[in-house]
Write a protein that binds this ligand. Structure first.
Ligand code: BTN
Length: 323
């Protein structure tokens, strides 16, 4: 969907009401020809948006679509720092570029990311209005020292928000993947701007699969699941964003004071690999052992030949041995 631009976004806004709009009205509204209207419609259909045409009536988006709405999110979260973009390169980058001029809790959410980032330099597929692309800024005045457990805490906050949306059974994979029955539901990318002795600026990026089309899903190189297939009702991304903001504000505030310790029980109850045999991959090395959860530093605890080894750091990943 790299061809998606502001016109495509305007068209989607127009069709979001679920009513019929003639090709002529759309063309006038967007300032484009009927042929271009057709092309934009095709582009939106190609990302899984269900638009159909009835002769004499025009185009209609089946069931309408709930677009992101900063006012609704602010109302439900009591935050005054929500910024919604239609199209952005990366919501994380948007906030990183503003460090120094933004306050704790500043949130950026977008309908589309042209350069969504995943962990380990991967890209994060970010089709228009399909999923949640959410970034949240926080500043730790105590510096970088205590941040090793941060990604675990963000995972817990995300599960809390999902539970408030009625989604049960979501689990966490150390350090920060969010799974449902061994399929990836969401990912977290935390980017830091910090010097050893000064305040640490964190941009917490969360991507959650909401409505994945078969076409988009085929581009993902691992098993995945989306929220709409776990819920009887289509997921309202505004409500989900508001819950995320509330949970992050609450948990980050506590974490600043007490670290990860108060959240360890919760982590253990959500850990999808607890007591299972796993491989820990560190660069080109593999260590096999039994997952024994995490400690208050956020380190992974691995039982190897009766001893507990600690693993910490961004370049380590975990794989299940016995599925
Ligand atoms: C992962 O690889 O599992 C982490 C994916 C994180 C994706 C989110 S979407 C919102 C934010 N902006 C980005 O560019 N990436 C994160």
């Amino acid at each position: 969907m790299s061809e998606l631009n502001d016109k495509g976004a305007c068209l989607l806004k127009l069709l979001a009401d679920g009513k019929f709009h003639s090709g002529e009205t759309i063309g006038k509204e967007l300032g484009v020809s009927r042929t271009s209207v057709n092309n934009y419609i095709k582009a939106l259909q190609s990302i899984g948006i269900d638009i159909y045409k009835v002769t004499g009536k025009g185009y209609c988006c089946a069931g309408g679509i709930e677009l992101l709405d900063a006012k609704k999110i602010e109302m439900h979260s009591q935050s005054k720092r929500v910024h919604v973009e239609q199209i952005v390169d990366s919501t994380n980058q948007y906030l990183l570029d503003k460090i120094g001029s933004i306050e704790k809790g500043q949130t950026c959410i977008a309908e589309y990311q042209s350069n969504g980032r995943g962990r380990r330099g991967r890209s994060w597929v970010s089709p228009f209005a399909s999923h949640l692309y959410f970034s949240f800024y926080w500043r730790f005045d105590s510096g970088i020292d205590r941040l090793s457990g941060l990604s675990l805490l963000v995972g817990i906050a995300t599960v809390n928000a999902l539970e408030k949306m009625g989604i049960q059974g979501v689990t966490l994979k150390w350090p920060n993947d969010i799974y449902y029955q061994n399929k990836k539901l969401a990912g977290i990318l935390i980017e830091l701007n910090a010097q050893a002795t000064e305040a640490c600026h964190c941009v917490i990026g969360i991507g959650i699969n909401v409505r994945m089309s078969a076409e988009q899903g085929a581009l993902i190189d691992q098993p995945w699941v989306d929220l709409n297939s776990l819920s009887a009702e289509p997921i309202d991304r505004n409500a989900l964003s508001a819950h995320l903001i509330v949970e992050l504000q609450l948990l980050l505030g506590e974490y600043e004071k007490q670290g990860l310790q108060p959240y360890l029980d919760r982590w253990f109850s959500l850990d999808c690999f607890l007591s299972k045999s796993v491989n820990v991959l560190i660069a080109d090395k593999i260590q096999t052992g039994i997952c024994r959860g995490v400690n208050a530093k956020g380190a992974l605890l691995l039982e190897v030949d009766g001893d507990i080894k600690e693993f910490i750091g961004g370049e380590i990943s975990l794989r299940l041995l016995d599925k």
